[in-house]
Write a protein that binds this ligand. Structure first.
Ligand code: CA2
Length: 147
């Protein structure tokens, strides 16, 4: 069976490609999902892809991943900067965690410079636009398949 990579997207990322293209680009989240599904075939992994505006839903998916996923890619949206609860959930997951930000958070407001999730993440990608998701999937596949 192919290893599963869980891809989680936090609040407001459902608006991707529909607002603020100067910050987040013009690809929609559905485009990102399609790109990852195509790439996953080449990399020999399965992708499970979710977005939620609710913190508890993201936490429940992380808990499920303890039994059902080999790695987690997460763009926690604004929860990056606020959520000890998401950090705690990720700490209960044993596989690799990779953190993604579409924008370069370090070039933006000071409140975006701190991430709770970075305390847990093996790697962080920021400022590569939506391409960051594909780069992170390549890294996750490498980590879970040793390819
Ligand atoms: O750069 C990123 O990916 C962020 O995680 C995006 C979050 C922001 O709070 C983080 O600081 C950095 C915001 C997601 C909002 O996404 C939108 C996309 C299009 C239009 C409006 C919002």
């Amino acid at each position: 069976m192919k290893p599963t990579v869980l891809v989680l997207n936090g609040p407001n990322l459902n608006l991707l490609g529909k607002r603020q293209p100067h910050i987040y680009g013009s690809e929609t989240l559905a485009d990102v999902e399609a790109d990852l599904r195509a790439l996953a075939k080449d990399l020999g992994v399965e992708v499970r892809f979710h977005q939620s505006n609710r913190e508890y839903e993201l936490i429940d998916w992380i808990h499920d991943a303890r039994e059902t996923a080999a790695a987690i890619l997460i763009n926690p949206g604004a929860f990056t900067h606020t959520s000890v609860a998401i950090l705690d959930a990720l700490n209960a997951f044993e596989g690799p965690v990779l953190e993604i930000h579409i924008s370069n958070v370090h070039k933006r407001e000071a409140f975006r410079h701190h991430s709770y999730v970075s305390q847990r993440a093996e790697g962080v990608i920021a400022g590569f636009g939506t391409q960051g998701y594909s780069l992170a999937l390549r890294r996750a596949a490498h980590l879970v398949t040793n390819a």
